[in-house]
Design a protein around this ligand. Structure first.
Ligand code: GLA
Length: 687
């Protein structure tokens, strides 16, 4: 069941680090926050050395003073548990708590997240600081909730300390019961990797060519996820025991962690840290990149854990570390635009990072709302504008949820297996990006969902279309669920490399696509990676809008029709498999299933959008250029249409029905000019 934050109105907050500032500044800071309609602060998540300056000596006075003052100013407080930054006394005395790189070299004090989750000593010391902290602050009237740790698995999501190897063995013993089972699951007879004693089993260590056993590598990621979960659970259990009146969350979506399970089992809702500019600072091979708008895909993933969520850190200026991460300044309007990007996708509590830029430490260039000098600047004015607007529209929008009829589906096993496996991982990244992008450009709102063992048919049936691009690992249970989805009227799309691996990542001795070959009514007769000897074949797709010469990228599977009711939609037009089926369609029950033997490129996605007769739900309301994102939040018969202009140019919208821009109160009808980085929120009627 999806777990959402419960807010009555859109609420603004800010990350505040009182330990970075002279105490004389606090009061002025809090007064100015309230003037900007900021009513929540998050703090203390890195303050272990202040809360427990020596082993076993706790001091909670400093933050209590801050909280007393915050309370006077009507500010609510989110407290972070400080376990992402163990103090120097701790790691010095107990070096076994440190994480290590794959060579076994320990990460030392001086940065953050340099600990492992496995050391019994670290777990004990974390439990103790959390217990003492919650006891100290649970009655304080300003506290509304707790953030566990900070960004679990950020900085690194690999763990190779002694304690981790030991914990991995215990996890494997539980999972496999015997070494014999483990040897089978990992196919260790290959290259004489057979284990004869549990002590011989390790997480990845330095290997020739850095090539670990692939089945071990998959289990390693599952183990890291389970271990991170059990580390977080210690804290969640303590907070729930001592402070049941407060909510519990954690922030960030980082690798090797099943955040869906974490949310379902431990949290009240998920929180995310949104820095859209990250998607613009790395070179992209895309001709038509989504840029900062690509961040909407990350937010769509967060929504699949919590339809309404908290942004625990929203970008409030250029980001930068002293030694890495270099960003230009957000242009005027972009901080506000990105704030509404988060709101559109479901945030109801939006906390900026951070109030003021730090004057010392690694993050002196990670800009907060305020500059070092503390005078009003354009970022302060922009956030104040968002504050004013939230006051106007916040009570209508809170609790409404993003609406989508299309879902792109993934699952953790395939994502993790695909990190190592070059024969399907890269296809997944290419295809998900193409689908999300083209659906965005055509204003078709899309969810990014994660299939898990607990996913029910009803949850899938809310979507007209599900694209499950390259599920290499496919169990019989998943195949049954997919079949039921189609039989009940769903439209399902698979791409190349579907269904050839089992749950250990071993290959089935069956024709591809294994467990869903029957559903799709095809098998794969021949196949090639597009590399070296083979260039991607062109596609022949009669009656589609595919530009001539469009290629089937990434991988080419030559399909063989096995069932008379299968229709060949497109064929390969070049290469030695010229004329053979590339894309098929089959009606099953009330639905349809498509199988495409390649990775999805943008033109192919566009043609498939037509083929599946997908249209924008906003089409009755407006015509908008591809530069803008269009989405709808609804609940209980109220619907709000968001239009976000990511481009640096003014754009023209044509409204087909008259309505009102809730942010300005302006009547909207006919042709509207929308400024660069502009935002509009309109109340609309939906059927
Ligand atoms: C992350 C962390 C913050 C801060 C920002 C900027 O989101 O949670 O503590 O470090 O990045 O780097």
């Amino acid at each position: 069941m999806a777990k959402s934050i419960q807010m009555n109105e859109l609420t603004l907050g800010v990350c505040y680090y009182p330990e970075h500032w002279p105490e004389e500044l606090w009061e002025d800071d809090f007064r100015r926050m309230r003037e900007m309609n900021i009513s929540v602060i998050r703090m203390a998540e890195f303050a272990w050395a202040m809360l427990e300056p020596e082993e076993g000596r706790f001091d909670f006075r400093f933050f209590r003073r801050v909280m007393d003052l915050a309370h006077q100013y009507g500010l609510k407080v989110i407290l972070g548990t400080p376990t992402a930054t163990p103090p120097a006394w701790l790691t010095h005395k107990y070096p076994e708590v440190l994480n290590a790189n794959v060579e076994g070299v320990l990460y030392r004090h001086g940065m953050r997240r340099h600990y492992n989750y496995s050391s019994p000593k670290y777990r004990e010391l974390c439990a103790r600081i959390v217990r003492n902290m919650v006891e100290a602050y649970k009655e304080h009237p300003s506290v509304i909730g707790w953030q566990i740790d900070n960004e679990l698995n950020c900085e690194t999501n690999e763990f190779y300390s002694e304690a981790d190897h030991i914990a991995f063995r215990a996890w494997l013993q539980e999972r496999y019961g015997s070494l014999n089972n483990l040897n089978h699951a990992w196919g260790t007879v290959f290259w004489s990797q057979t284990y004869t004693d549990w002590e011989q089993v390790y997480l990845t260590r330095p290997m020739v060519n850095h090539s670990p056993n692939p089945h071990l590598a998959l289990d390693e990621k599952r183990f890291i996820s389970a271990n991170t979960f059990s580390f977080a659970k210690i804290q969640a259990d303590i907070i729930r025991e001592l402070s049941p009146q407060h909510w519990v969350t954690t922030n960030g979506t980082f690798g090797h962690l099943d955040n869906h399970e974490l949310t379902d089992e431990l949290l009240d809702f998920f929180s995310y840290d949104s820095y859209p500019q990250f998607s613009t600072i790395f070179p992209s091979s895309d001709e038509n990149p989504l840029g900062d708008r690509a961040w909407s895909m990350n937010l769509s993933n967060v929504r699949s854990m919590s339809p309404n969520f908290c942004i625990m850190e929203q970008q409030a200026g250029p980001g930068g570390w002293v030694d890495r991460i270099e960003m230009g300044s957000p242009r005027p309007g972009q901080i506000r635009l990105w704030s509404y990007q988060s709101v559109l996708h479901g945030t109801d509590l939006l906390v900026y990072f951070r109030w003021r830029t730090a004057t010392f430490g690694t993050e002196i260039y990670w800009h907060g709302i305020n500059d070092y000098h503390n005078r009003p600047n354009r970022r302060v004015r922009e956030v104040a504008q968002v504050g004013e607007e939230f006051a106007k529209i916040g009570s209508f929008i809170a609790g409404t949820a993003y609406q989508a009829e299309v879902a792109i589906m993934q699952d953790y096993d395939n994502v993790w297996d695909g990190e190592l496996d070059k024969w399907h991982g890269p296809l997944q990244r290419q295809s998900v990006r193409s689908w999300y992008k083209q659906l965005q450009y055509q204003h078709i709102p899309t969810d990014l969902i994660t299939l898990g063992t607990k996913t029910k048919l009803e949850a899938l049936l809310q979507y007209k279309v599900i694209v499950y691009p390259h599920p290499a690992i496919m169990t019989d249970e998943t195949a049954t669920l997919m079949t039921q989805y189609v039989e009940h009227g769903g439209k399902l799309v698979f791409g190349a490399r579907t269904g050839y691996k089992d749950t250990y990542g071993q290959c089935y001795m069956q024709p591809f696509p294994g467990p869903v070959a029957g559903l799709c009514g095809i098998t794969v007769e021949d196949f090639t990676l597009i590399k070296g000897t083979i260039g991607a074949s062109e596609l022949h797709w009669e009656g589609s809008r595919l530009p001539s010469g469009t290629k089937a990228v990434g991988f080419n599977e030559v399909l063989s029709v096995e069932s008379p009711d299968v229709e060949v939609v497109a064929a390969y037009a070049t290469e030695y498999y010229k004329g053979q089926p590339a894309l098929t369609r089959r009606a099953v029950g009330q639905g349809k299933v498509w199988y495409y033997g390649a990775a999805f490129s943008e033109p192919v996605v566009d043609a498939l959008i037509d083929e599946m007769e997908l249209t924008s739900p906003a089409a009755d309301w407006l015509d908008a250029p591809a530069e803008v994102e269009v989405g709808i939040r609804s609940a209980n018969g109220s619907s709000f249409l968001f239009v976000l202009n990511y481009s640096g140019e003014q754009v023209t919208l044509t409204l087909k029905k008259s309505t009102v821009d809730l942010l300005t109160g302006a009547e909207l009808d006919g042709t509207i000019e929308m400024p660069a980085y502009g935002v509009m929120v309109m109340k609309i009627l939906t059927p």
